[in-house]
Design a protein around this ligand. Structure first.
Ligand code: IMP
Ligand code: MG
Length: 383
């Protein structure tokens, strides 16, 4: 019985959707705390692939309770459509939408696009996220779900803080779903190339109305390499054949916009920073299989600035000066089949085991789950 926050440790797209769907098999409730339809969570079950933007992952688990928290900004039309799609597949799912989540309208989306053209060029998803949060903070013109006279959605509106706290108090397993990743956090990310919400664990408290002390575990989801979509600094970015390998093999295209994602090596100083902000209890490493076939795999272990060792900082003015220092690992040619993977960690090529051990040792956080493919079944739990 626990309350577990699932947090993206990089720039989003770490594969949180799949992991939450996997962990939701033992959960009563999944509660999303930030963002809006900018998110794209892909869940594959058998031959079917689903993409969610607003509804928490885990929506196909029997009797699952799905909370959309007050920290979110919701496009009501997009939500109605997603709810209908989930209901067709899983009539037992229950929806609880915060009456104080903010509403995103077509006007916000237009403002988002105009601002991208004329002002900021952040490379947003165009879903109106920035303008909706700006109006929330400005307390002007903002509309909340409770203000919306929407006959279809009205029946789902709740004081969701009350719903989630009472589930936690009853000892239910509750998952807190973060959207995007730590380096996209409006306070802790690579500002201004960030999203407009708190994607880190603090956002779970404010975005759902739960006390910090009720969060038992914080899980960091780490992709085995790094990707970023949109503009902004990316020290370990790869431009050549290796970057192409990661994009093609990893199918690194945005789930919301279809944009090709920028790809690069794993950045451990950045992950250490992410761990500092979130306090990860344990890690999930995703997409390990994607590294298969690379002759050499590099990992950034340090930074140098003006010839001297430097720590990671998300400050834009500093980041451009950081030069990654790499450690090289040998690659592996073949990845074990799904049935071979039933043997557990020992089934992995030695080089892959070394890679995982290095991450654990560097961050001093245990890896408890490894994902090696998009299907639910392609998930290794390390006991
Ligand atoms: P916005 O959230 O649409 O305002 O976009 C701001 C930045 O966050 C852009 O760089 C987007 O590409 C990025 N972003 C927003 N949502 C996601 C996501 O779900 N995955 C990855 N990047 C995202
Ligand atoms: Mg995504």
């Amino acid at each position: 019985m626990s309350t577990t926050a699932i947090i993206g440790s990089q720039w989003g797209d770490e594969g949180k959707g799949k992991i939450i769907d996997f962990l939701a098999q033992n959960a009563t409730c999944v509660a999303r705390f930030n963002g809006g339809a900018n998110a794209g969570h892909t869940v594959r079950i058998g031959k079917k692939t689903f993409k969610f933007h607003l509804i928490p992952s885990g929506a196909f688990r029997k009797n699952i309770k799905l909370i959309l928290g007050n920290g979110m900004v919701i496009d009501p039309e997009a939500l109605r459509e997603e709810i209908e799609n989930v209901k067709k597949e899983n009539p037992s799912a229950r929806f609880y939408i915060s009456d104080r989540a903010h509403v995103v309208t077509a006007r916000h989306m237009e403002l988002d696009r105009k601002s991208e053209e004329a002002e900021t060029q952040i490379g947003t998803t165009g879903r109106g996220i920035g303008p909706a949060y700006a109006e929330k903070m400005r307390r002007y013109k903002a509309v909340r779900m409770a203000d919306l006279q929407d006959k279809a959605l009205q029946k789902y509106l709740r004081d969701t803080s009350q719903v989630i706290n009472s589930l936690i108090d009853q000892g239910e397993n509750v998952l807190l779903e973060g959207a995007m990743g730590t380096l996209l956090d409006v306070d802790h990310g690579t500002y201004p190339f960030v999203t407009s919400s708190n994607t880190t664990v603090g956002g779970a408290c404010t975005g759902l109305g739960i006390p910090a002390g009720k969060i038992d575990e914080v899980v960091g989801v780490v992709k085995a390499y790094t990707t970023r979509v949109g503009e902004g600094p990316f020290p370990t970015e790869l431009s050549g054949a290796e970057g192409k390998h990661l994009r093609q093999v990893g199918n690194e295209y945005g789930a919301t916009t279809g944009r090709p994602r920028r790809c690069g090596w794993l950045d451990l100083p950045m992950l250490a920073y992410s761990h500092r902000i979130n306090g990860f209890s344990w890690l999930v490493v995703t997409k390990l299989d994607v590294l298969t076939g690379l002759r050499k795999i590099k990992v950034c272990t340090d930074y140098q600035k003006d010839g001297k060792k430097a720590g990671f900082t998300p400050l834009l003015t500093e980041m451009g000066k950081l030069k990654p220092v790499y450690r090289e690992f040998r690659g592996w040619e073949n990845f074990p089949s799904d049935s071979q993977m039933k043997r557990g960690l020992a089934a992995l090529p030695k080089a892959a085991q070394e890679y995982l051990a290095f991450i654990e040792d560097y961050l001093k956080v245990p890896i408890k789950v490894v994902s090696y493919g998009p299907d639910r079944k392609q998930t290794l739990v390390i006991s």
